[in-house]
Design a protein around this ligand. Structure first.
Ligand SMILES: Cc1ncc(COP(=O)(O)O)c(C=O)c1O
Length: 373
């Protein structure tokens, strides 16, 4: 099978599985328990917290483990709603549904302002000072888009908002950027960062919100006071250990991984341009994740191509995995892409196990599908 959908999820690294296994059998203690079996597990959790923190230049005490990127985004958006009166939230139109829907769910309590993107999918963050609320402003712009792979100018955005001298909290959904490009929360000057483990060869169902000022956040889940009181519930120990291990591996191999992915991605784009007449490669003129290419062919249906490729043993996406069901991608529509072209979009997201030979095979399959359509 050819797996070209790593932005949806990635296969677990066997070293991660190995690190997790003892915590499903021998080390089953509750990390809140005071006896030895609990303390051993607590210490392993602390190590995982350090590993995740190190990958994004944060302090371990700033890492709040969650059930994934979705919960991290929900916590950032809904948990920041401390002063609903005269507060605002600014989000880009191309955010993941876990940001868009979280914001919509609180729209009665605070005003939402949407930030547009240009034709290449880059967020226009220049908000006129008069549009800011006096009490508090939450700005949430993703670090890299899951469909186009476009890397957003988060450091410039943070710099710009600082010059406005208004009360602002900056959140960035770094789920797709993690492990693919270097991230340093301090250099970026953001207040909160959402992460997910299963996009970096770790287990599913675990992620983190990195928060620089935990006191400013209200928990969504209350109870036993775990995770510094910001996310109650007995920790998903094996998954957190796995996330830590995946983060450690990602940190060591980041540069080499990114470079080999970039070469493969460039090779794929070259083949697409040479072999598919009329192909459009979205956002090709701006900085993108090294593993992602979203493209479209005129008069073809992206979902039909996906299904045909699936029959031949090749997994790709027609956009966001969470937005399947025949709708044109909200990301491409926000970029001003024509709806018909947007519906023909196919996303390939490469991973570290992919090879040039797989790309050659993919090109043969794609051409035969187009020729028989
Ligand atoms: C940009 C982005 N944010 C958030 C998420 C949600 O992460 P999780 O699957 O861990 O809930 C995803 C998943 O695809 C994503 O691509």
């Amino acid at each position: 099978m050819i797996y070209f959908d790593h932005n949806a999820t990635s296969p677990m690294d066997l070293r991660v599985l190995e690190a997790m296994q003892p915590f499903m059998t021998s080390f089953y203690g509750n990390p809140s328990s005071l006896y030895r079996l609990g303390r051993v597990v607590r210490s392993a959790l602390d190590t995982a917290r350090c590993q995740v923190a190190a990958l994004v230049g944060a302090q371990p005490s700033e890492v709040i483990f969650t059930s994934g990127g979705t919960e991290a985004n929900n916590l950032a958006i809904k948990g920041s709603l401390v002063h609903p009166a005269s507060s605002k939230i600014f989000i880009s139109k191309i955010e993941h549904p876990s940001v868009l829907e979280a914001a919509l769910s609180i729209k009665d309590a605070l005003a939402i302002e949407y930030l547009n993107v240009d034709h290449q999918g880059v967020v226009d963050f220049k908000v006129a000072p008069s549009r800011l609320a006096t009490r508090g402003n939450l700005v949430s712009v993703m670090m890299a888009n899951n469909e186009t792979g476009v890397i957003q100018p988060i450091a410039q955005l943070a710099e710009y908002f600082k010059t406005l001298h208004a009360p602002i909290t900056l959140h960035t959904d770094a789920v797709q950027a993690l492990g693919k490009i270097p991230i340093d929360i301090k250099t970026l000057s953001v207040d909160m960062l959402s992460l997910s483990s299963h996009k970096i060869y770790g287990p599913k169902g675990v992620g983190a919100l990195v928060v620089r000022q935990p006191d400013a956040l209200t928990p969504l889940l209350i109870g036993g006071g775990q995770e510094y009181g910001l996310r109650a519930g007995t920790e998903n120990v094996p998954a957190i250990i796995g996330f830590g291990k995946a983060a450690e591996i990602a940190q060591v191999s980041l540069m080499a991984r990114s470079e080999s992915l970039r070469q493969l991605r460039n090779y794929l784009e070259k083949q697409l341009r040479e072999q598919i007449p009329g192909v459009t490669i979205f956002s090709e003129r701006v900085e993108r994740l090294p593993n992602t290419v979203q493209f479209a062919m005129p008069a073809m249906d992206g979902e039909m191509i996906l299904m045909q490729l699936d029959k031949k043993g090749c997994a790709v996406s027609s956009g966001s995995a969470c937005a399947s069901g025949g709708e044109a991608s909200h990301v491409l529509l926000a970029m001003g892409v024509d709806a018909a072209l947007a519906k023909s979009a196919v996303r390939v997201s490469l991973g570290e196990m992919n090879t040039k030979a797989e790309i050659d095979q993919f090109m043969q399959l794609l051409k035969s599908i187009i020729n028989n359509a």
